[in-house]
Design a protein around this ligand. Structure first.
Ligand code: AMP
Length: 210
C-alpha cells in the first residue's frame, strides 16, 4: 500500500501517519521530520533548509524529491509506505510520478483553517523521535516527556501563530494543486474532520478497504 497524506499543517497528518504505519506495518516518511533532523545535525541540507523552515517557506522541489527518492530506495519501503508532507506542490507530485513512484491513494484530511490554528497552538513534538502531542487533545502520560522514547517535548519554532498563518496561506496556494493532481487520477480520498483521532483513523481505513 503506497499512500500519501494531504491536508493543511496541523490537520493530523503526522499523527495518522504514525498510527497507519503501525497498523499497516509500512514506514511513515515525513519530509518535515527528515528536514528537522538535518537542521539539528547541521548537514549541508540542514543548512539550506533552516531559514526557509523558520520562515514557514518551502524547501526547493529538487532537494525534496532527491531526499524522498533516496528514502524510498531503502529495503523497508518495498511493501509500501506512507508519505507525510510530500508531495507538497504540483511540480513535486509530477516529479514523483515521472520517477516511477506510483501512489495507490492520496488521503486528504480536510480540516478548516480555524481548527488548524487552534490545534497548532497546543501542539508539542518530541525533540528526539518527532512524535506529536497536543496539550489538550493528546497529552503525554508525563508532562513534557515523550511516551515513546522519553525525549523532551518542545513547541516547533514554525508553530508560532504568525508562521502558522503563513504556512496556511502557502498551503492554499501550493498544495491545492496536489489535491487536483490526484483527484484527476481518481486517487483522491477526502476525509472530513473527525471528532477524534481514532474516528479519523477508522474513517481512513474504511475508505481504503471499501
Ligand atoms: P512539516 O513538518 O511537514 O509541516 O514541514 C515543516 C517545514 O519543512 C515546512 O514548512 C517546509 O519548510 C519544509 N518542508 C517539509 N516538507 C516539504 C516539502 N515536501 N516541500 C517543501 N518543503 C517542505
Amino acid at each position: 500500500m503506497k499512500l500519501i497524506l494531504l491536508g493543511p499543517p496541523g490537520a493530523g497528518k503526522g499523527t495518522q501517519a504514525e498510527r497507519l504505519s503501525l497498523r499497516l506495518e509500512i514506514p511513515a516518511i515525513s519530509t518535515g521530520n527528515m528536514l528537522r533532523r538535518a537542521v539539528e545535525e547541521n548537514t549541508p541540507l540542514g543548512q539550506q533548509a533552516r531559514q526557509l523552515m523558520d520562515r514557514g517557506e518551502l524547501v526547493p522541489d529538487g532537494l525534496i524529491i532527491d531526499l524522498v527518492l533516496e528514502r524510498l530506495a531503502q529495503p523497508d519501503c518495498q511493501k509500501g509506505y506512507i508519505l507525510d508532507g510530500v508531495p507538497r506542490t504540483g511540480p513535486q507530485a509530477a516529479l514523483l510520478e515521472e520517477k516511477g513512484v506510483q501512489i495507490d491513494a492520496a488521503v486528504l484530511l480536510d480540516v478548516s483553517d480555524e481548527t488548524v490554528v487552534e490545534r497548532m497552538s497546543g501542539r508539542r513534538v518530541c525533540s528526539t523521535c518527532g512524535a506529536s502531542y497536543h496539550i489538550a487533545a493528546r497529552p503525554p502520560k508525563q508532562e513534557g516527556l515523550c511516551d515513546l522514547c522519553g525525549g523532551a517535548l518542545i513547541r516547533r519554532s514554525d508553530d508560532a501563530p504568525e508562521t502558522v498563518r503563513r504556512r496556511l496561506d502557502l498551503y492554499h496556494r501550493e498544495t491545492e494543486a496536489v489535491e487536483a493532481f490526484y483527484r484527476q487520477r481518481g486517487r483522491l480520498v477526502s476525509i472530513g474532520q473527525g471528532n477524534s483521532i481514532e474516528e479519523t483513523e477508522r474513517a481512513i481505513l474504511d475508505r481504503l478497504n471499501g
